[in-house]
Design a protein around this ligand. Structure first.
Ligand SMILES: [Zn+2]
Ligand SMILES: [Zn+2]
Length: 144
């Protein structure tokens, strides 16, 4: 997991971004996640860990910079706030089930779905840089 943090920090340095302890704290927090977080959740997480006090604006700015370098993927899952997911080039990525009632985000992987998306990309002669699939509905506890 810390591989991604190292990769992200190297990429930011190579892109000429000045070092920022607050941005590093955002990267380290994201590196420990298995799924996407909102800026609010990242902010809360940093506060809990008493990391260098980052303002919400700093967190957003860091996320924008990470997204511009394709180090994180910005997901609009229709919960009012975007979620941010580390892009781990060495690993299969996943997609999301979103509960429209409680906002719970559940990751899922499906190799056949990835192949289908590749096929679409090839047949449309379109170079797909990234994709995300969001399935909306109700989680177990909300549909009970
Ligand atoms: Zn995820
Ligand atoms: Zn739910």
């Amino acid at each position: 997991m810390s591989d991604w943090a190292t990769h992200a920090k190297t990429a930011m340095r190579e892109a000429g971004l000045r070092h920022s302890a607050q941005r590093d704290a955002v990267v380290e927090l994201l590196a420990r996640q298995t799924c996407a977080l909102s800026a609010q959740q990242i902010d809360d997480g940093l506060r809990r860990r008493r990391r260098p006090a980052a303002s919400r604006a700093t967190v957003y700015r860091a996320l924008e910079q990470l997204a511009a370098l394709r180090l994180v993927q910005r997901l609009d899952v229709g919960l009012g706030e975007a979620r941010y997911e580390p892009v781990r080039p060495d690993r299969d990525h996943h997609h999301h089930l979103v509960c429209d009632e409680c906002g719970q985000l559940t990751p899922f992987e499906d190799a056949a779905l990835e192949q289908a998306i590749d096929r679409v990309s090839r047949s449309a002669s379109f170079s797909v840089q990234e994709h995300d699939v969001v399935l909306h509905g109700l989680c177990d506890s909300c549909s009970a």
